[in-house]
Structures are given as structure tokens and as C-alpha cells.
Write a protein that binds this ligand. Structure first.
Ligand SMILES: [Zn+2]
Length: 293
């Protein structure tokens, strides 16, 4: 029931938009359905159906009308939406109405290529008030979000003070942090624990290269992690090649006993899993990735 509680709290704390009520109720019903369905199912069926889970988050939503292609995929993908972008609010609302989880894709200062950060970026030069106001402004812009993940951020996520300020706000709003892991030295998990904030780690970037063989290889790695450890989190981007990969690969997962789930389902990683060992650090792609992520 954690996702439901998260959504209710988010609504009451930040529900400035009337449509947020509808969105929250839709999500509440959706997530309740996930859990209530299992109550009427035999234990053996539950085990069979939840052998492994994959969550796929599509980053960088908000700038291009072609993002719609990924939003239309008939599977419970999750969407990370850039704040203060021309199409961000509209696509976040659309995804929410379609029972999809929405995250804020929060621009955070990187070591390189900071001209790609976009609007509403968090930087190391900000004081606490500026920093937290920028974060709150992103949350007001995308009021349907149940968590955040970092856009770029190889510099900021390894800095203790900005991560403390981030966790303070997330704790107050009962939101989680999906660490995109753009640096192996990220302090997200450590600081999240201190503040009692739930954090998750990205396992695989699906489309760092859009070359077909590379993407298929990455998808297979995602499957392997899910099968070995019970769950896996992949991040993709709104590229045509990513859409084509998912259209082919997603229908094949059911035969492998793998379920695609909204990211919120993995906030309770032990629920219903037969093999719920936590993936060791070396199974998380540690290489710092291109700052375009
Ligand atoms: Zn990004």
C-alpha cells in the first residue's frame, strides 16, 4: 500500500491543481488494484507471477512532441519529466491519467556539458534557500510526481550538502529518489537513509548508444539482473530506436516470467518476490555515463 499512501500524501501537501485530485484517485485505484488482485490469488500463482520484476523509466520527457511515441506504449512504463519544459506538464498529466507513474527528472549540475541542464537546474553555487525553492518550484510544475530522479548530476549527487537539502524536501513531501547513477561516487543512497527517504538505483541504461545490438545487449543485461535478484530498473530515453526496442522486447517478457511494473511497485521490494536478494553494487552499472543522460 505504500504507493497509495505516497500519492495521497502528495496530493494533500501539493494538490494545487484541481486535476491532481483526479490523478491521485486514479493512481490510488490503480495501485490498490495491484495489491487487491493478489489477495484473491492462490499463493502458488502469486509466486509464479512475480518471479521477477522490471521497471523501465523513460527520462527527458517534456521537450519534443515525439515523446508521445513512448507515452503511447501499452505497458506500465514510468516517465521522468523535465520541469519547466514546453510539454512537461501536459505529458505528466497524460501519463498520470493513463495510470503511469511520473517522476520529476531534476536537472542537477554535472562535471561537464552543463549547457544541457535546461530550466530549473540545481547547482553547487546555490545557497539552501535558493536550492530548496528551485526544487519546490519543480514539484509545483509537475504536481503528479511521486518521486524524482536526476538529469545529469554527476557533480551534485556526490556533494553531501546539496543531497541533504534534497532529502529534507523529499522527506517532507514523502517522495522517493531514483538515483540515475551518473557517478559511482553518488551520495544519494547514504543521505536518503539518514533522512528516512526511500532511494532506488538505476541498474541499466538501455540506450546510451542507439545501435541496435548494443540496446539488445543492454536489455538482456536488465533481464539477467531481474532473474538473478528479483527486480531490475532500466532507464531509457524518448528515442525512436528505444521505442522500437521496447515494442519488440516487452511482449517477450511474460514468457520469461518477468513482469513490467510501475517504479512505485519496487518501493516495497520484498513484496511477493521469491528471490529478493539485493543486487550487489557490482551489478549496478558503475561507469559514469554521458552527461546527456
Ligand atoms: Zn536526463
Amino acid at each position: 500500500m505504500v504507493p497509495s499512501i505516497v500519492m495521497i500524501v502528495n496530493f494533500f501537501k501539493r494538490g494545487k491543481h484541481g486535476c491532481a485530485l483526479v490523478a491521485s484517485l486514479v493512481l490510488l485505484l490503480s495501485s490498490t488494484h495491484v495489491f487487491s488482485a493478489s489477495r484473491h490469488t492462490k499463493p502458488a500463482d502469486v509466486i509464479k507471477k512475480t518471479t521477477a520484476r522490471i521497471a523501465i523509466v523513460i527520462d527527458d520527457i517534456g521537450y519534443q512532441s515525439s515523446d508521445q511515441l513512448l507515452l503511447n506504449i501499452d505497458a506500465p512504463l514510468s516517465y521522468a519529466v523535465l520541469p519547466h519544459t514546453p510539454l512537461g506538464y501536459r505529458y505528466a498529466l497524460q501519463a498520470t491519467k493513463n495510470n503511469r507513474d511520473v517522476l520529476i527528472h531534476l536537472p542537477m549540475q554535472a562535471d561537464h556539458n552543463n549547457h544541457l541542464l535546461g530550466s530549473g537546474a540545481l547547482t553547487s553555487k546555490m545557497n539552501k534557500v535558493e536550492y530548496q525553492q528551485t526544487l519546490l518550484s519543480a514539484m509545483e510544475d509537475i504536481p503528479f510526481a511521486i518521486g524524482i530522479n536526476n538529469h545529469m548530476g554527476s557533480l551534485l549527487t556526490r556533494m553531501e550538502q546539496p543531497m541533504r537539502w534534497t532529502m529534507e524536501v523529499l522527506q517532507q513531501h514523502n517522495m522517493f529518489f531514483l538515483d540515475s547513477k551518473t557517478t559511482r561516487h553518488s551520495k544519494v543512497e547514504q543521505l536518503a537513509k539518514q533522512f528516512g527517504v526511500t532511494s532506488l538505483n538505476r541498474n541499466i541504461f538501455l540506450d546510451h548508444s542507439r545501435e541496435k545490438r548494443h540496446m539488445e545487449h543492454q536489455f538482456q543485461r536488465l533481464i539477467n539482473i531481474a532473474q538473478n535478484y528479483g527486480s531490475a530498473i532500466g532507464i531509457g530515453h524518448p528515442y525512436k530506436e528505444t521505442y522500437e526496442l521496447l515494442q519488440v522486447k516487452l511482449p517477450q517478457l511474460q514468457k520469461l516470467g518477468i513482469e513490467v511494473v510501475p517504479i512505485s511497485v519496487l518501493l516495497t521490494p520484498n513484496a511477493g518476490l521469491v528471490n529478493n536478494r539485493k543486487a550487489p553494487k557490482d551489478n549496478i552499472e558503475q561507469r559514469a555515463r554521458s552527461e546527456s543522460e
